[in-house]
Design a protein around this ligand. Structure first.
Ligand SMILES: *Cc1c(COP(=O)(O)O)cnc(C)c1O
Length: 355
């Protein structure tokens, strides 16, 4: 049976996935050296492609990690001497906080209630060196608009801002004026198998890491920012990376560039509107986030009042796989991903099956 995965990562693979995997076999990608010219070209292709697709400015550098959880750890290790502040509104922002605390930093939790939030009233403690924000919280379906993040950054210009955009890239317009570091994983918006993260950081973040290192602070080993940069300038990585996935990423970015960022962005918004409009009118299944301003376009959470298991089973029989609720909401909610790999016809098919 044909299956369509609406799970918020891993999930639906990008439509050209099969073609590119075949190509990777023909080109012996699984065997090439990560110090070879061939690999340099692939890495360079990802860098140039991402710069175009996401409009990443020149003073930002693009590194590979094993996953986004790793990116969180690298950010804390490399840029925090003592104190980090975290806006927390779900499981992934909580994870970022936990990582800082595990690394023995003073991790300050700033809990935000998205249904009653006023970003102008958020106070970041003086001692915080960085502010960590989950722009698209996959566990709760909340997206914080970059306009709000920019206002906050404006009040705290001296602090580094680290933004988790894991489940919104590439369907989001990143405002680089308020981002020092951001990261994502390829199993979300790029429709690829898991096991590769991308970490994008500016010169200021790299300099912080180098300063800490000079002061004798532990900033990690092979993935300290200074070493990352040295290697990245030659389009290499300190370790043997996930060459196959990096190859596939270069290809998918190429496909996305052909389609164009604006088209992807508009299609995502249109599919999202269709989904929210449908459930806003549904008699029993309702969008979890009521405040329209903070609704995610890419990870949509629907309250299904204890019927989650039943709903998911019924949909699965039709080949439609949706995500369960996160953590304690496992059976009270379902999660629907709306990534570039999801076609409009597939979304319509999913909604029709709820009637
Ligand atoms: C999936 C996800 C992560 C974790 O990504 P991994 O690749 O599993 O490390 C982090 N943050 C958000 C918002 C996510 O959706």
């Amino acid at each position: 049976m044909k299956k369509i995965f609406f799970t918020p990562g891993p999930g639906q693979l990008y439509p050209t996935y099969k073609k590119h995997v075949r190509k990777s076999v023909e080109e012996f990608i699984g065997s090439i050296s990560h110090r070879s010219e061939k690999f340099h070209k692939i890495y360079e292709g990802v860098v140039e492609g991402l710069r175009k697709l996401l409009k990443i400015p020149k003073n930002y550098h693009i590194f590979f990690t094993g996953s986004s959880i790793e990116s969180m750890e690298r950010i804390i290790e490399n840029t925090v001497f003592q104190t980090s502040a975290h806006l927390v509104n779900g499981a992934f922002s909580e994870k970022f906080l936990q990582i800082a605390s595990d690394l023995k930093k003073h991790a300050i939790k700033i809990e935000i209630d998205i249904e009653n939030i006023d970003f102008d009233k958020i106070v970041i403690p003086e001692e915080a060196e960085i502010v960590c924000i989950t722009e698209n919280e996959t566990s709760t379906g909340v997206a914080i608009p970059f306009a709000e993040i920019a206002k906050l950054k404006n009040r705290y210009k001296d602090k580094l801002f680290a933004i988790d955009c894991v489940s919104s890239v590439p369907s989001v317009k990143i405002d680089f004026s308020c981002v020092d570091m951001f990261f994502f994983s390829v199993q979300k918006g790029f429709g690829l198998p898991a096991g590769l993260g991308v970490l994008v950081i500016n010169d200021r973040s790299i300099n912080k890491s180098i300063e800490l290192m000079k002061d004798g602070v532990n900033v990690g080993s092979y993935h300290k920012f200074g070493e990352y940069l040295e290697k990245a300038e030659k389009f290499e990585t300190p370790e043997t990376p996930n060459v196959l996935n990096i190859f596939l990423l270069e290809k998918v970015i190429g496909d996305m560039l052909k389609k164009g960022f604006e088209t992807i962005y508009k299609e995502t918004a249109a599919k999202s509107k269709l989904i929210y409009d449908f459930f806003d009118k549904h008699p029993t299944h309702k969008p979890f986030i009521k405040n329209i301003k903070y609704r995610s376009n890419t990870t949509i959470i629907i309250d299904v009042t204890k019927d989650g298991g039943v709903v998911r089973k019924r949909l699965a029989e039709l080949g439609l796989i949706v995500g369960s609720g996160y953590g304690k909401y496992k059976d009270n909610q379902i999660r629907i991903a709306n990534f570039p790999a999801h076609k409009l016809v597939d979304v319509k098919k999913l909604l029709k099956s709820f009637k």
